[in-house]
Design a protein around this ligand. Structure first.
Ligand SMILES: Cc1cc2nc3c(=O)[nH]c(=O)nc-3n(C[C@H](O)[C@H](O)[C@H](O)COP(=O)(O)O)c2cc1C
Length: 236
């Protein structure tokens, strides 16, 4: 079982996924990446089916993903901002993880390390960070760090975005601007509408990898301390 699990609640192969993968890469450890894209994760029904054994009884793709988290020491969770909240896929995952993981003082994610990767078409990532911090706290996880970057509105590739007055494209470029690959925001091409951006702000992959490096350092220190406790016969 990988010690670090990275999960993206964004689209397949898009910005959240690339951010989570860059953090995982930075750890230099064996990691498992899971995309929630295409997976069915229903919201919590508050049916209390999990009260007895802390396992969700809804039959969809949720529990196998949560089981991977149970087996890991750290979770890197990435999600985009949809309507100034973490997107519904991310919310549904954590509603169920936190509710099933709390009955009778059993908190299966307790003490695991967490990293937040937040993405937004604008720079307004605060809601995603706020929501994930709430869930991490509730699950009794320890936040190691967070990174927030600009994403790519789906309007960039819908085929109409450059002529749509209510889309994300016109928030950055004048209506009618031809959509060229250089205009698409990504992990390595932040704010393509700002020509004078310094390289470190344009390409955030180094920063993401540094966060991964920090995560693996924290994991190593913790492992060493636990080994020392075990050697001294102290239960952690
Ligand atoms: C339904 C929907 C609502 C969105 N709402 C917001 C929003 O309120 N603010 C914002 O900054 N971006 C918003 N976005 C843009 C996403 O955050 C952006 O496309 C992001 O890159 C998605 O992550 P992904 O590329 O990993 O799929 C929205 C996107 C969708 C599809």
């Amino acid at each position: 079982m990988a010690r670090i699990v990275g999960i993206s609640a964004g689209r397949d192969g898009k910005v959240t996924e690339s951010l989570v993968k860059a953090i995982l890469e930075g750890t230099g450890e064996e990691c498992e990446f899971i995309s929630l894209s295409g997976k069915l994760i229903r919201p919590c029904e508050a049916c209390n089916g999990c009260a007895k054994d802390n396992r969700c009884v809804l039959e969809d793709d949720f529990q196998p993903v949560l089981d991977r988290c149970y087996g890991a020491d750290a979770i890197v969770f990435g999600a985009p901002n949809y309507w100034d909240r973490m997107n519904a896929k991310g919310q549904a995952f954590w509603e169920r993880a936190c509710f099933s993981g709390r009955h009778n003082s059993v908190f299966p994610l307790e003490g695991k390390l967490g990293v937040i990767a937040a993405v937004a078409g604008t720079d307004y990532n605060e809601p995603v960070i706020r929501d994930l911090k709430t869930y991490f706290d509730d699950a009794r996880m320890h936040l190691v760090g967070e990174i927030a970057i600009q994403g790519e509105y789906a309007c960039f590739t819908c085929g109409y975005g450059n002529h749509c007055p209510v889309g994300g494209f016109v928030e950055m470029y004048p209506l009618g601007t031809p959509v060229r690959p250089q205009l698409l925001p990504s992990l390595t091409n932040q704010h393509p509408d700002k020509p004078d951006l310094p390289e470190a702000e344009r390409n955030r992959s180094n920063e993401a990898r540094e966060l991964g490096k920090t995560l693996s350092k924290v994991l190593r220190i913790r492992k060493k301390k636990l080994e020392n406790f075990a050697a001294a016969g102290v239960e952690s």
